[in-house]
Design a protein around this ligand. Structure first.
Ligand SMILES: Cc1ncc(COP(=O)(O)O)c(C=O)c1O
Length: 491
């Protein structure tokens, strides 16, 4: 005992010095965000800087100021780029300041939202109620904030499997009788995280039936019905259909009402992977296309995508609270609820998912929605959809650019195509165009391959993008494309 100083803690020795440093951090953060447009979207981290990240953990303490200096020198200049107005890769959000403040205070308060009787749980419950209202779900539905879309789908599909198995799957596990028999249906455009979920749930990737899509990349309903019928005849046990309003490749919106009808007729669980599209219920120009979402048994929503929450934030809603709770609730004696004190109350979110300890991610959502209101978020979404169509028009006007798929929601897939080049040459040249856009710090579009055609894929979930950003993109794609085309002609 005498070797341990009893007054040592992890708190600063000098609170005033720490206050000054933290004020500087806030000033730097505001400068950083307010000038983001002036910096390149992305830059490669140099080798010398990479070496910094191979060093072992320090044994001795250093000053917080020197750690911050290290952060500013070696981390801050090399961001992913997704807060930049010309970042449209994969499918990201671009953050909110109130989200930053929410995350900051979540760490300062540092509560654990596994359960208990404290304010943070009320905040999460309120955010979930807001989400239910936005989706047209009853307030009696249950929900859970999770890390993102992948986890939101996993949680929902776990409930679906539990509810549809027809026996006590929590107790018995996947029995030999049902192994490989329970089947889940979605289009070939389904996001890969759903396949991972089906695999993790022990049903096997084969049991995720990937149904062909139509020319607009939405699920082919006739093919779906035929597959379900064939599976039943073969002795399979269909349990669930997953609809996607806003697929990751092209933003295609499955016909949710039609899927709900099939689920009703077939007695299947209707899950909606709304990671991209569900929150567009806030946007007047999208909402009608999402009709039927309110009929889902469960919805996965991604708040770090089109709601722009700082990573991570996703949400699962389940219409039948009891089905949700019965899937996950497990209360040992050390988590028993009490009638008074910190362990009182019914808001124990650990009963609704695999995690016990959970961060206060609700706060950033609560602060952001309170600051901006749902209407402004809706306007940001609606504007992105308009911008996608504006970009589409710019592409169609250009003789050397080509749209590769219908514009679904806010995703535009196109390529540089000056004519007289083979598919392989076009695929190669467009890959290089995309990389040069990044390496020159101009823009960060995404990519995909549709029916063998490599596309530059622009996913516009960015509240900082302006129309001139898309003009700049088109100009840069054309000029880099021509540069490469001339070079390849010389070879
Ligand atoms: C349709 C869809 N579902 C699920 C996900 C996975 O979400 P997350 O990356 O938040 O785990 C994505 C990600 O882009 C998606 O587009």
């Amino acid at each position: 005992m005498e070797n341990h100083k009893q007054d040592e803690t992890l708190d600063p020795k000098d609170w005033d010095e720490m206050r000054t440093l933290m004020h500087r951090m806030v000033d730097d953060a505001v400068d950083y965000l307010s000038t983001v447009r002036e910096r390149p979207v992305w830059q490669q981290m140099p080798e010398a800087v990479m070496e910094e990240f191979k060093k072992p953990a320090p044994q001795e303490a250093s000053s917080a100021a020197s750690v911050y200096a290290d952060f500013k020198e070696n981390i801050l200049p090399y961001p992913m780029g997704n807060i930049h107005p010309r970042f449209w890769a994969w499918y990201m959000g671009s953050g909110t300041i109130s989200g930053v403040m929410g995350d900051f205070w979540a760490s300062v308060m540092n509560p654990n939202l596994g359960g208990g009787n404290h304010a943070a749980n009320q905040v999460e419950a309120q955010v979930l109620n807001w989400m239910k209202t936005i989706m047209g779900f009853p307030q009696s539905a249950s929900g859970l904030l999770v890390s993102g879309g992948s986890m939101a789908n996993l949680v929902a599909l776990t409930v679906a499997r539990h509810q549809q198995a027809g026996y006590d799957i929590r107790q018995e596990g996947i029995t030999p009788e049902v192994a490989g028999r329970m089947t889940v249906y979605a289009s070939t455009e389904i996001h890969s995280c759903n396949q991972k979920a089906v695999e993790m749930l022990g049903m096997g990737a084969k049991s995720l039936r990937k149904i062909p899509v139509k020319a607009d990349y939405t699920i082919d309903l006739d093919a779906l019905k035929t597959q379900i019928k064939a599976d039943r005849t073969a002795g399979m046990q269909p349990i669930c259909i997953i609809g996607t309003p806003g697929t990751v490749n092209t933003g295609a919106i499955d016909d949710l009402n039609a899927l709900a009808d099939i689920c009703e007729a077939e007695g299947l669980w209707f899950h909606v992977d709304g990671a991209i599209g569900a929150i567009a219920m806030l946007a007047d120009n999208v909402r009608p296309q999402l009709a039927g979402i309110e009929r889902a048994d469960s919805i996965a929503i991604d708040l770090h995508k089109w709601l722009h929450m700082p990573f991570e934030a996703g949400c699962t809603l389940v219409k039948n609270d009891a089905a949700h709770k019965n899937t996950f609730s497990l209360i040992p004696e050390y988590l028993a609820k009490k009638s008074r004190g910190i362990a009182a109350g019914n808001l124990w979110f650990s009963e609704y998912g695999p995690q016990l300890s959970r961060r206060f991610r609700a706060l950033k959502v609560w602060m952001s929605i309170k600051e901006h209101g749902t209407e402004r978020f809706g306007r940001m979404i609606a504007r992105n959809v308009d911008q996608a169509h504006y970009l589409g028009q710019l592409i169609e006007k250009s003789p050397v650019l080509e749209l590769i798929a219908p514009i679904g929601l806010d995703i535009v897939c196109f390529r540089y195509n000056p004519g007289e080049l083979s598919l392989d040459q076009l695929n190669e040249i467009n890959q290089e165009v995309k990389i040069l856009l990044e390496e020159r710090g101009i823009a960060a579009p995404g990519y995909t391959t549709l029916r063998g055609v490599y596309c530059i894929r622009v996913a516009i979930s960015n509240h900082r993008s302006r129309l001139d950003d898309f003009e700049a993109l088109v100009e840069a794609v054309v000029s880099i494309g021509e540069e490469l085309n001339i070079l390849s002609a010389k070879v």
